[in-house]
Design a protein around this ligand. Structure first.
Ligand SMILES: [Zn+2]
Length: 142
């Protein structure tokens, strides 16, 4: 989960995350890299959900989107832009939100808020952890 965009060059990045679809795919891949566990009931079987790359528990039918419990949850920006800003901020935490605002044609306040969120996700090692801190399966391990 850590070192999210490490060692990815800018051209490679643009290519990898050129569409929202690809961003969703990436998030889902990271989120469920150790398999799917339903947050409601702990069941591990799933089927496709309604949203792109979301997963639906086959037992209790609860659906989890690829962005739920990540820094991109309820993000108002298109995912491709949010990913790009995340990438730029990770590579240069001092980047000006006015610059970002100009580059992406997004309100400066929106950029500022999103940048703040990303900065909060960068841990002491300098890696970004876009997932919420709580252990994914905490309730079910006890
Ligand atoms: Zn379930």
């Amino acid at each position: 989960m850590k070192s999210l965009f490490k060692n990815i060059g800018i051209i490679e990045f643009d290519d990898l995350f050129s569409t929202d679809e690809r961003c969703f795919e990436f998030l889902a891949g990271k989120k469920w890299e150790n398999g799917f566990i339903c947050r409601k009931c702990g069941h591990t079987n799933y089927c496709k959900g309604k949203k792109p790359y979301s997963r639906r528990c086959t037992k209790c039918k609860s659906e989890e989107s690829a962005t739920a419990h990540t820094a991109f949850h309820k993000c108002k920006l298109p995912l491709t832009e949010a990913f790009k800003i995340t990438y730029l901020v990770c590579n240069n935490p001092d980047i000006s939100t006015y610059k970002l605002s100009e580059k992406f044609n997004i309100r400066q306040m929106t950029c500022w808020k999103f940048k703040k969120k990303i900065i909060e996700c960068i841990n002491q090692r300098g890696d970004i952890d876009i997932f919420e801190k709580e252990a994914l399966t905490k309730e079910f391990i006890e």
